[in-house]
Design a protein around this ligand. Structure first.
Ligand code: F6P
Length: 376
């Protein structure tokens, strides 16, 4: 019996999505004789029944393309903005799944997508997910596709910042994505030779950051690159968070609570965090070191463009494995990367978890060993 496979991409786009669509789609069509239908713009397209037939022609020539040919959105099935309201559209989504006689829905995405997919699993849909995000923060998989490409882009940016920081004897503070984890900042910071790397997992002390820069300056190196994860926070901010959280803390501290919420949701971003983000950080470092400073936000450049060879390989490996699992009728799982192979992880073990950088991770040890300050 021919199997009918629906597929969507959701959350922030990520290099490697098209490679994964191609891998899953080509294996499903060619190897297993399935029919594949794509839904546009994530869960919204499934709700609105906006489809695209993924046949050989549609899947051709997309391996090297960035973004996602299906489009994406951050819309959630159970909290979908419709006009001025936010509605639970789960029922309509389930109806559309049934209308297309789907045997399974493949959802490619990060933490939010895994949660939304699990929600649909609990409403009776057969689901298989793939781990995609430049943040590399999904639990139960060695790595996510998109991360390697973003790592390369951020590393190249740090490389380029070196020559200009060096020429002008400046501090350059560069903000790197990663949501609430430091994988991207730490990886690119080490690979690009940043002098200071600040990540959410290690709250920083601004005085110690300044001291590390001054030490370099005293040694004749009058420039420094500070790689800051967008979610990085200082010790002061942690204290603020703690005081807002503590039941014995000032209960009327509404500002602290608001600040805590801002930090938790926005991290260190330039014009977002109540702390003033990297602009504030750069200004403080200028005051403390008397060195001129500049800021750079890499932003969405980190997500754009063609996937690296490593991401193409990973996405193809996971995509093709996904088709094989569907052929075997294995549902309710995420297809995870494990070593050179794949692992099948129940979706319930993935959702609601975030893979942060462990404090004893070898990258942290390596960074410290080459004299990089982590701001602690
Ligand atoms: O999750 C990927 C990511 O790029 C994060 O690193 C970043 O915090 C977020 O998405 C940005 O989201 P958006 O593109 O919706 O602004």
């Amino acid at each position: 019996m021919t199997k009918y496979v629906g597929v969507l991409t959701a959350g922030g786009d990520s290099p490697g999505l098209n490679a994964a669509l191609r891998g899953a789609g080509k294996a499903a069509l060619g190897r297993f004789g399935m029919q594949v239908i794509g839904f546009r713009d994530g869960f919204r397209g499934l709700m609105e029944n906006r489809t695209v037939r993924l046949d050989e022609t549609a899947l051709s020539g997309i391996l090297t393309l960035g973004g996602t040919i299906l489009g994406t959105s951050r819309d959630k099935p159970h909290r979908m903005p419709i006009g001025n309201s936010v509605l639970d559209m789960t029922e309509l989504i389930v109806d559309n799944y049934c209308k297309h006689h789907l045997d399974v829905l493949v959802c490619m995405g990060g933490g939010g997508t895994q949660k939304n997919a699990y929600h649909l699993l609990q409403h009776g849909l057969n689901i298989v997910t793939l781990p995609k995000t430049i943040d590399n923060d999904l639990a139960m998989t060695d790595v996510t596709f998109g991360f390697d490409t973003a790592l390369g882009i951020a590393t190249e940016a740090i490389d380029r910042l070196h020559s200009t920081a060096h020429s002008h004897h400046r501090i350059i503070v560069v903000e790197i994505m990663g949501h609430k984890t430091g994988w991207l900042a730490l990886g690119s910071g080490i690979a690009g030779g940043a002098d200071v790397i600040l990540i959410p997992e290690i709250p920083y002390d601004i005085e110690k950051v300044a001291e590390a820069i001054l030490q370099r300056s005293r040694g004749g190196k009058r420039f420094s690159i500070v790689a800051v994860a967008e979610g990085a926070i200082s010790n002061d901010q942690v204290e603020l968070v703690d005081s807002a959280e503590s039941p014995s803390g000032n209960p009327d501290n509404a500002a602290a609570k608001k600040h805590k919420k801002t930090i938790a949701s926005e991290g260190n971003g330039l014009d977002r965090g109540a702390n003033g983000g990297i602009l504030h950080l750069a200004r403080r470092l200028e005051e403390l070191t008397s060195l001129e400073s500049r800021i750079t936000m890499l932003g969405h450049l980190q997500r754009g463009g063609a996937p690296s060879a490593t991401d193409r390989l990973l996405a193809t490996r996971l995509g093709t494995a996904c088709a094989a699992l569907i052929d075997q009728g294995v549902y309710g799982v995420m297809v995870a990367a494990r070593g050179e192979g794949v692992d099948v992880v129940p979706l319930k073990d993935v959702v609601g978890k975030r893979k942060t950088v462990p404090l004893d991770h070898p990258w942290i040890e390596s960074a410290r060993s080459v004299g990089t300050s982590l701001g602690d």
